[in-house]
Design a protein around this ligand. Structure first.
Ligand code: ZN
Length: 147
């Protein structure tokens, strides 16, 4: 199996059975992000327990890349500190802006490496970033509500 096919399988697996999907209580912040160029939407909630991201819950509609990327993001950030999550957001953003010239770090991004190929298609980069941007926005709002 070629690596592109493997990546496609990972994306489709997440799209067919999104991890951590659905909106749950409690939460400190809820955001709604849209990607008008593709029609992707996500409503996302973050629940923080101190510095720990206890839960990320979401409902989304849109293309397989946007929905699968949100699913992968939730796997990567739940149960870790929000600082770790924001660091991963930055790493994923850098990967997406690399036009395919950066090798992704599988130890840190896990299934997120499947989106490395998306970086070569500027029109789809916003799809892959939608859930991550919503997560960052929600964390910042949640921080503001607790400080
Ligand atoms: Zn899309």
């Amino acid at each position: 199996m070629k690596v592109e096919e493997l990546y496609q399988e990972i994306i489709l697996d997440h799209y067919r059975a999104k991890h951590h999907s659905g909106l749950r209580d409690p939460y400190e912040a809820e955001v709604h992000h849209v990607n008008p160029s593709c029609g992707d939407e996500v409503t996302l909630r973050v629940h923080l327990d101190g510095d720990t991201v206890s839960d990320v819950s979401y409902e989304g509609v849109g293309c397989s890349i946007s929905q699968a990327s949100t699913s992968v993001m939730s796997d990567l950030v739940i149960g870790h500190s929000y600082q770790h999550g924001l660091g991963l957001h930055q790493e994923f953003l850098t990967l997406m802006q690399s036009k395919g010239e950066i090798e992704p770090d599988e130890d840190r991004l896990e299934d997120g490496i499947a989106f490395a190929g998306v970086a070569k298609f500027p029109a789809r980069v916003k799809c892959a970033l939608l859930g991550w941007s919503a997560f960052k926005d929600a964390v910042i709002q949640a921080q503001g509500s607790t400080n």
